[in-house]
Design a protein around this ligand. Structure first.
Ligand code: FES
Length: 503
């Protein structure tokens, strides 16, 4: 059987258990209900509390157990080649707005650490976008120009970076941050909880009502609130059709203990594919990359092995200590979606689509949401409104949903892989024909069988097995389930139907 550290982030595996918050029970009243205790939810809750509002944060799992606890701990306004992309798609003003928001996110996070005295190993570091091969040199030069034009104080080094292998130019932005994200989130939760505001854990929201009496309901309780913020990474409500505008992408991370030498000080990422992102926390080296659309076929543990080989090639690695993966959401037009849930919503709000940079952009989202909910104007509101229209990005939206249609129909024609559960090897999964439907069967390392319906509980796409994570992943909108059917990632909120098998 796997040990937990084999598939748990450095931050979730390596930190103390933290405070337990109660599950929501009975009826609670608040000015604002925030669904999700990640970076956006907790920062928004804290800023609203500081503005004098009572807030109830309702989290399905534990504080920081979702995307916010499974990142690479980079808090940076320089984000690979985002500015080149935004200039191409939306023009220089949009890129400048994005830069301003993300810089504000970085600075706000640093301010909160100080004001709330959160012990989270916050360190100032240079962020770097580097060319790992000659072919990426032009992308680095383009990013330098775009980031500079967007207002960032970037420097171009045509020679390279401080990394221990040859590079072909780099863009550098000083004074960005790294931190222990889970400790930071626990510090945020502690600052939110009390004086009329509360944090609830193990409380999955099953229903959200708006209108005259907004509320969120879990299995055992209800929060009645004037307004509701959905900060669940993938929005859990189908109204607004966010699932059709976001592309879910998975990527993989390894942490290594070095035998000699030190991990680099830079928060580095290359300017092309495949991605090789490099960071550190204390003595640990962190390498990430090997991303793919969620639900892609043929994903297995080689994703980790490729990253481990890269780490061993360039550093004196004594041991790979942690392996974990993350899911990121890309809006079809490349900008985050922050604001009213539907056009004209006055009681329901959302923030999502941070690409891979949620620590900075999620904090910026909290600033914007707080302004909206407290009636202040905000210069990024129009840029990030979820209800913008981007003609130039329509082909991408069409491609995204064309792929969903193919996945939805095509997989139904897929033949079963085994007819007898006895043919499923240990540590692997197979598809079994089950009348007109299909059953996903996984055999664990002890020989036990785990069988679930392969129909995603969101909108019914057929799931695919992810051999790197031993999970059932949905190729349509990115929901994920464990081998016993529990929801790992939304937009699905209901578990898979479990099936009984002999074998
Ligand atoms: Fe939408 Fe699976 S996530 S159908």
């Amino acid at each position: 059987m796997r040990t937990t550290t084999e598939r748990q982030s450095l931050w979730l595996a390596g930190s103390e258990p933290g405070v337990d918050y109660p599950a929501l029970a009975g009826e609670v009243r608040a000015d604002v209900a925030v669904v999700g205790a990640g970076i956006t939810g907790l920062t928004t809750a804290l800023l609203l509390k500081r503005a004098g509002l009572d807030v109830a944060v309702v989290e399905a799992g534990r504080v920081g157990s979702g995307a916010s606890g499974n990142n690479t701990a980079k808090v940076s306004a320089l984000q690979a080649t985002v500015y080149s992309e935004l200039v191409d798609r939306h023009g220089p003003a949009a890129a400048a707005g994005y830069a301003e928001a993300n810089l504000a996110g970085v600075q706000t996070l640093a301010g909160v650490v100080k004001q709330e005295s959160i012990d989270c190993d916050l360190r100032s570091r240079p962020a770097v976008t580097y060319a790992i091969e000659e072919a990426e040199r032009a992308a680095v030069a383009k990013e330098f120009e775009a980031a500079k034009q967007a207002g960032l104080r970037v420097e171009l080094d045509p020679g390279g970076s401080g990394l221990p292998f040859p590079t072909y130019g780099s863009v550098l932005l000083a004074d960005q941050l790294s931190l222990h994200p889970v400790r930071y989130l626990r510090g945020l939760a502690a600052a939110v909880h009390g004086d009329g505001s509360r944090v609830f854990e193990d409380s999955r929201v099953l229903e959200v009502r708006t209108g005259a009496a907004p509320s969120v309901r879990t299995a055992r309780g209800t929060v009645r609130a004037g307004r509701i913020v959905i900060a669940t990474h993938a929005p859990i409500l189908d109204r607004g059709l966010y699932f059709a505008q976001l592309e879910p992408v998975r990527s993989y991370c390894v942490a290594a203990r070095l035998r000699s030498g030190e991990p680099p000080a830079e928060l580095a990422i290359n300017a092309g594919d495949p991605v090789r992102s490099i960071a550190s926390c204390g003595d640990a080296l962190i390498v990430s990359g090997e991303g793919h659309p969620t639900g892609e076929r043929g994903v297995d543990a080689r994703r980790y092995l490729t990253l481990e080989s890269f780490a061993r090639k360039h550093w004196d690695v004594a041991e790979i200590t942690h392996r974990w993966s993350a899911q990121d959401l890309y809006a079809y037009d490349g900008l985050p979606m922050i604001g009213p849930y539907q056009p004209g919503s006055r009681t329901l709000f959302v923030a999502t689509g941070y690409r891979k940079w949620g620590l900075a952009t999620g904090t910026a989202a909290a600033l914007l949401l707080t302004d909206i909910l407290t009636g202040q104007s905000n210069p990024w509101a129009e840029l990030f409104t979820p209800h913008r229209f981007s003609l130039r990005s329509l082909p991408r939206l069409a491609r995204l949903n064309g792929k969903v249609a193919v996945d939805l129909v095509g997989d139904r024609l897929r033949p079963a892989e085994v007819s007898d559960p006895a043919d499923v090897p240990r540590g692997e999964a197979r598809v079994l024909r089950d009348g007109l439907g299909q059953t996903g069967v996984y055999r664990d390392d002890q020989g036990g069988l785990h069988a679930v319906s392969m129909r995603c509980t969101h909108l019914g796409c057929l799931l695919r097995f992810n051999g790197a994570e031993s999970s059932w992943d949905c190729p349509c909108h990115g929901s994920r389930f464990d081998v016993d059917g529990a929801v790992l990632e939304g937009p699905a909120t209901r578990p898979l139907q479990r099936k009984k098998l002999d074998g």
